[in-house]
Design a protein around this ligand. Sequence first.
Ligand SMILES: C[S@@+](CC[C@H](N)C(=O)[O-])C[C@H]1O[C@@H](n2cnc3c(N)ncnc32)[C@H](O)[C@@H]1O
Length: 202
Amino acid sequence: MRGMSDDHTHVQEFFGSRAADWDRRFPDDGPAYTAAVAELGLREGDRVLDAGCGTGRALPPLRTAVGPAGLVVGADLTPAMLQAAVRAGRDRDGRLLLTDVAALPLRSRVLDAVFAAGLVAHLPDPAGNLRELARVVRPSGVLALFHPIGRAALAARQGRQLTPDDLRAERNLRPLLAGSGWDMTAYVDEDARFLALATRAG
Ligand SMILES: C[S@@+](CC[C@H](N)C(=O)[O-])C[C@H]1O[C@@H](n2cnc3c(N)ncnc32)[C@H](O)[C@@H]1O
């Protein structure tokens, strides 16, 4: 089994080499991010984390949702992704943190919501890492696991088969979330998007 630092290196190499082109590869995803953020039901003044924020594509709609009085934090492990976020001016919409979401430098229950796009498949310890996201969210706060492409379409794009043990399959994800402090409340897996919503268990 790989150690944590090997996982970090692997993620940083994989996304580091893709960072500069990330937004150019997916230029039409903006509306899907805006729609997914809307599903969080954020209010003015809320505090929200974009976990694995990458180049910060979700930060503008998150800022719009919480307004100037809200708090938007983008956390990512890959320096090059955060640098691309700064180049795109997205640090105007949220505070950027270079950190592993497995150990967030945030107090417990301080947030109203977490948005995580394209993150879960990359987590070395999904149960433990989702539990860490639950730690920083208040009871009844919300989690959105999003991808601007469905599982089957993504597997086809990557030239692989979907297997029954896929982490994001509904029958796997629901118990995974339940064991990590989250109650899954909605699940959509269609060609144009994957979105699972959960609320922080009391
Ligand atoms: C598929 S990209 C998605 C980026 C962005 N959320 C988006 O939708 O464009 C996954 C991101 O998660 C980050 N990541 C992976 N594992 C992480 C971890 N343990 N902690 C923080 N960020 C992580 C990667 O560096 C990468 O930027």
